[in-house]
Write a new protein. Structure first.
Length: 160
């Protein structure tokens, strides 16, 4: 009789344990889904870092302002992006960590940031001389030593 009670107790504990795991899993999934729905309407920022070859940072900036920034401004006008900013370090860094410009683009949301938008129509409209445009864009990337993209998110310091 004692063995039977012990087995029933184990089965009960196993069933209760499995039910608890299922409950916690379901709650976690619902929280993830809710966060995903809320995130769809949240701005989504990506930082783009550019490291030009020595002596070419200003040429890079001139080409960026001439050929790429107007395309980005058009996307802001279309409502795809909220804003575009660019910064440069005030002082120097070590060569391995050096970058010359950081462009931050805040997209309307993550879906738009990752939707493979085709900007070729905007580019053709802004730059009828496609040969010159392509040559200058090629030059803008030839003078880079490195370029990397970094999606970022805000950290709520007041969240407990």
């Amino acid at each position: 009789m004692h063995l039977q009670t012990s087995l029933r107790g184990r089965r009960f504990l196993t069933t209760a344990f499995m039910a608890a795991i299922l409950c916690v899993s379901t709650l976690g999934l619902k929280a993830q889904q809710k966060a995903g729905v809320e995130a769809k309407d949240q701005p989504y920022a990506i930082e783009y870092y550019y490291k030009a070859k020595w002596g070419h940072a200003e040429e890079f900036l001139a080409l960026f302002k001439k050929n790429h920034y107007p395309v980005l401004k058009k996307e802001v006008e279309l409502g795809r992006m909220v804003k575009v900013t660019i910064v440069t370090p005030r002082y120097h860094m070590t060569e391995d960590s050096r970058w010359d410009y950081r462009v931050t683009i805040v997209f309307k949301n993550a879906a738009i940031a990752n939707d493979n938008f085709d900007s070729s129509g905007i580019i053709k409209q802004l730059y009828p001389d496609q040969e010159t445009y392509k040559k200058e864009e090629q030059r803008r990337f030839e003078i880079l030593d490195a370029h990397w993209d970094l999606p970022i998110k805000d950290v709520d310091l007041d969240l407990k």
